[in-house]
Every structure is written in structure tokens, then in C-alpha cells.
Design a protein around this ligand. Structure first.
Ligand code: AGP
Length: 351
């Protein structure tokens, strides 16, 4: 039932990811030899950057900062000339990002800017020194879904290419098998397709679940899944207008958990043993805990609702974890008879 553009966009992700794996990446030696990275983006694009931060740090061993482009002009961040700026934007038209880059180029004209964008003829492409155009196709719904996955694939591939480049120069710095990482990436389109098929037996039908009577919800993730908690919360806010907040699972216990009360829904992303003991406490308080993780994972049984995904390499699980969150946002919005493709007050890009 692809009766909305958002649902259609969600279902296109296996093909989009396959297309993003197939394109050439025009990465110059100047880009590959960068000493540090500063990634600038807004909204969902920033969340994709925060996922990729983990890949750049753990796989390519390169220092990276992910910054909110909308806050750039309120600060005076120091940009060294050996820094690679990655400007990440679905539209390539986001004013905050364009302003930040213009300011950086004015102060440090020699800086290298690599744009990753879904629209080839956008102002961002003209501002940047080089650009990678993601082959996601037009994303008609305001909520970013397939463009988010497209950004993730390109960033994962850049991290692997940087690791490969570094390993040729000094093999001891990058102790990972590049060919293993590339093999991991190849299974993504099929794993996304299978996960979507299984999930769509239960969700993505435009029907609300019992706990969707709540006006608030919390999403908990640890490490690389924390930005996915932020992304899921953004999807729920902008499509279903619920007060959704994403937290690092550890940080949630340092105060925010005081908001919990019986019936409060909590979505736990890839819970491990440590998170599971907190979830048991939350269930004892009467909260409804929804778990998302790999099929058969030992920390899922006993939760109030469970969404299971294909089992792929851990470093790529964010591609799958985000899928049920996109579908739940769609369901919650449709159950409230909202226009999922065109939420109130919002436009596709903030110019
Ligand atoms: C995502 O669902 C939102 N519509 C919004 O946060 C968006 O990601 C943000 O405005 C950035 O847009 P861009 O990627 O086109 O720069």
C-alpha cells in the first residue's frame, strides 16, 4: 500500500542503497590525505553525519567533528587549512549550511570542501571544490528517509576509502580488513529489503499501535545508535507531531528518566545487557518498552513489543535500525489522519 510519497520513499531504500554502492566516488588525493574532518549539516543530514563520525573514528582513524551548520554563525570555530570540510545536504539549498560555508571560504579560501548532495544543480555544488551526487532520486516527502540512507552509504564508503588510503601509507594505523568492510557493505540492499518485508507484516500500514495514544515518547540508543535515536525522534516529531526525544541510553538515567510514568512508551535501539537492566526497571515502573534489534538477540525477549531485523555486521546496523522508526512515524501520523508527506509549517528545504 504505497499510498503516500513518504512510504514510497521508505520502500525505495534497497534500490537507492544499491545505486549508491555502484557509483564512482571522485575522491582526490587532497581529500584522501586530509588530517581531520569537519562535517557540517542540519537536521537528518546532521544525524547521518553523527553516525558516520563513528566510522571515521574507528575505521579510518581520522579526527572528525560534526557540527550543526545552523549554529555556525553563532560561534567562531577554528578551521585549520589541512581540514576537509564535508558539507552534507539532501537539497543542497539549506541556507544555514550555505552561509556557514561562505563564511569559512572567506576566512580560509584554501580549505577543501566536499559536498554530498542529492540535487546535482544546487548552490551547494557550486560552492564546493568537489561534489558527490547521491543517486537517490527526488524525495517528494518533506521527511528525509531514502536520502538519509543514501548519505550513510556514501559516508561509509568514504570512511573505507580513507582507511584504505591510510593503510597503504602506514598499515599499522588501520588494523582492519578493507576487503571485509567492502563485503559487509555489499549485503546491505538485500538486508534492507528483507527487513522491510518482515517489518511491513506488522507496521507501515497506516494503523496506530496501542501505545500511540501517548503524546510523548523516548528513544534510547548507545554509541553509533544514539544518532539513530535522534533521527527517529525527529521523524516522529515532524510527521506525527508527538513530543519525541532521543537520548544516549546512559545519559537518560542522569535526570531525564524522572519524566517516566505508567504507560510511557520507550523505544530501545539494539539494547545490550547494560541497557536491558535499565529497561527492566522502566518496565517495573509500568512503562511500555519497545525493542529493536537483530533477530534472536538475547536482550529482546520479555520486552512489551519487539521488532527484529536481519543480522548484518554491527557497524552497519544503523541502516536497519532506522527502518522501523520511519515506518512507525508513518503509522503514527496516518493514525492521526495527518498529511505525512507535507507536515504543517515545514518545507522540503529551509532556504
Ligand atoms: C528531515 O526529515 C527534515 N526535513 C530536515 O531536518 C532536513 O534534514 C534539514 O532541513 C536539512 O536539509 P538538507 O539535508 O536538505 O540540508
Amino acid at each position: 500500500m504505497n499510498d503516500s510519497i513518504m512510504l514510497k520513499n521508505i520502500c525505495e531504500q534497497p534500490n537507492v542503497v544499491a545505486d549508491c554502492l555502484a557509483i564512482e566516488l571522485p575522491l582526490s588525493d587532497r581529500v584522501l590525505s586530509a588530517q581531520r574532518i569537519m562535517l557540517l549539516a542540519c537536521g537528518s543530514s546532521r544525524h547521518a553525519g553523527l553516525v558516520a563520525q563513528h566510522w571515521f573514528e574507528t575505521i579510518a582513524k581520522i579526527p572528525i567533528q560534526v557540527l550543526d551548520a545552523a549554529a555556525w554563525t553563532d560561534r567562531s570555530p577554528l578551521v585549520e587549512s589541512n581540514t576537509l570540510i564535508i558539507a552534507l545536504s539532501q537539497s543542497g539549498k539549506t541556507k544555514d549550511l550555505l552561509e556557514a560555508l561562505t563564511q569559512i571560504k572567506a576566512v580560509t579560501p584554501e580549505i577543501q570542501v566536499l559536498a554530498i548532495v542529492n540535487g546535482s544543480d544546487s548552490p551547494l555544488v557550486h560552492l564546493a571544490d568537489s561534489a558527490i551526487v547521491t543517486p537517490a532520486g527526488p524525495e517528494g516527502a518533506v521527511a528525509a528517509t531514502k536520502s538519509f540512507s543514501a548519505q550513510l552509504v556514501i559516508l561509509a564508503r568514504i570512511a573505507v576509502n580513507l582507511a584504505e588510503y591510510k593503510s597503504l601509507i602506514s598499515p599499522s594505523i588501520v588494523p582492519v580488513s578493507i576487503s571485509k568492510l567492502r563485503t559487509d557493505l555489499k549485503v546491505l540492499p538485500q538486508a534492507i529489503a528483507k527487513s522491510l518485508n518482515n517489518l511491513q507484516r506488522h507496521i507501515g500500514k497506516g494503523v496506530g499501535l496501542d501505545w500511540m495514544v501517548s503524546e510523548s515518547i523516548v528513544l534510547l540508543g548507545r554509541g553509533i545508535q544514539q544518532p539513530i535515536a535522534l533521527e527517529g525522534a525527529l521523524k516522529l516529531k515532524e510527521t506525527a507531531y508527538v513530543h519525541a526525544e532521543g537520548f544516549g541510553a546512559g545519559d537518560f538515567c542522569h535526570g531525564p528518566m524522572a519524566i517516566l510514568k505508567p504507560g510511557f512508551p520507550i523505544i530501545a535501539l539494539m539494547p545490550d545487557q547494560k541497557m536491558r537492566s535499565d529497561l527492566d526497571r522502566f518496565q517495573a515502573l509500568g512503562c511500555t518498552v519497545i525493542g529493536i534489534g537483530k533477530r534472536g538477540h538475547e536482550c529482546l525477549p520479555g520486552l512489551d513489543q519487539v521488532f527484529e531485523l536481519e543480522s548484518i555486521a554491527d557497524w552497519l546496523m544503523s541502516f536497519l535500525i532506522v527502518l522501523p522508526l520511519q515506518l512507525l512515524a508513518y503509522d503514527w501520523a496516518r493514525s492521526r489522519e495527518l498529511n505525512v508527506d507535507q507536515p504543517r509549517y515545514l518545507t522540503k528545504f529551509i532556504g
